[in-house]
Design a protein around this ligand. Structure first.
Ligand SMILES: NC(=O)C1=CN([C@@H]2O[C@H](COP(=O)(O)OP(=O)(O)OC[C@H]3O[C@@H](n4cnc5c(N)ncnc54)[C@H](O)[C@@H]3O)[C@@H](O)[C@H]2O)C=CC1
Ligand SMILES: O=C1O[C@H](COP(=O)(O)O)[C@@H](O)[C@H](O)[C@H]1O
Length: 262
């Protein structure tokens, strides 16, 4: 990508995982509604490329997105228990605003931070907890319809559908990354579901780099590490994006200790 890349929600967990690993690899513009402290900004990014703005503020977004080639859109309310008024504003209105601005600015690629909670209701009482365990065959692969866990999941499924609409009508490349459970240093502790959908920081950064560099039309992929326990397929991310994850929650104890040190 020879144009700048706009990262919304840059100060959050996913944004910092990305910048911590590939902060020097792209010409970033960083946007967050909270000011970013110096340690959250890579040395290669100067203050003129840091925007304190709300994604529902059309004017502010248009300034930030001018001349950008790709958007990684993370900003939003990440809480599974978030109330409707918050997900409606931050996740749905905010995402629609980002797409409109992206189309007007001629952005080529748009990566949207979707969630496991867009499909959480596939985890039925009949399937759980067995589906979280190694060797269990059940897989979601991105071709299934959304089955949200909660209103937050509804907002993520809606963001994916906005991407479908803007791709079909405006020809922007869109990839929806259904992120699992991002944690730093080790998988979620004593949490089978979380270990099955673990996404390490370095795999997260690599996956979003693939979203910037690969060629695609409209995609839905799962964002997890190469876990032995898994019920999300990462084959589509491998095939279309060239995703090659390095981490695996099976290399840690259930309590989160690395096996080679346990
Ligand atoms: N952390 C995880 O494991 C997962 C995260 N995701 C998604 O990834 C995205 C990022 O999540 P996290 O980094 O964990 O959340 P976070 O809360 O750590 O970061 C979100 C960032 O977005 C900013 N933000 C929120 N609303 C905004 C608005 N209206 N305008 C501008 N900035 C705004 C916040 O200030 C914050 O810095 C979210 O969309 C979340 O739904 C999806 C699945 C799993
Ligand atoms: O979408 C998200 O999912 C992860 C995992 O969900 P959980 O219900 O197993 O905790 C969550 O940690 C994250 O905050 C959320 O944005």
């Amino acid at each position: 990508m020879d144009k700048p890349v706009l990262l919304t929600g840059a100060g959050g967990r996913v944004g910092q995982a990305i910048l911590g690993h590939i902060g020097d690899a792209y010409d970033w513009r960083l946007l967050d509604r909270e000011p970013l402290s110096d340690e959250k900004i890579p040395d290669s990014v100067d203050q003129t490329n840091v925007y304190v703005a709300d994604i529902t503020d059309e004017t502010a977004i248009r300034n930030a997105i001018e001349g950008v080639g790709a958007v990684i859109h993370l900003a939003g309310d990440p809480r599974p228990e978030a109330p409707w008024d918050s997900v409606l504003r931050n996740n749905i209105d905010g995402t629609q605003n980002m797409f409109e601005a992206a189309i007007d600015a001629g952005v080529e690629k748009f990566a949207f931070a979707s969630s496991n909670h867009a499909v959480g209701a596939y985890e039925t009482d009949e399937r759980t907890p067995e589906m979280y365990r190694p060797h269990h065959e059940f897989r979601l692969d991105g071709t299934e319809l959304p089955r949200p866990s909660n209103l937050y999941g509804v907002s993520k499924a809606t963001g994916e559908t906005l991407g479908r609409y803007y791709h079909d009508h405006h020809d922007i490349s869109v990839v929806n990354v259904r992120i699992g459970n991002l944690t730093q240093h080790h998988p979620p502790k004593e949490y089978e579901r979380g270990q099955a959908m673990w996404l390490s920081y370095r795999d997260c950064a690599h996956l979003f780099a693939c979203c910037i560099d690969a060629d695609y039309d409209f995609e839905i992929v799962y964002g997890i590490s190469n876990n032995d326990r898994k019920y999300y397929s990462i084959e589509r991310a491998r095939e279309v994006l060239g995703y090659d994850p390095q981490d695996n929650s099976a290399e840690y104890t259930f309590e989160g200790e690395p096996l080679d040190e346990a």
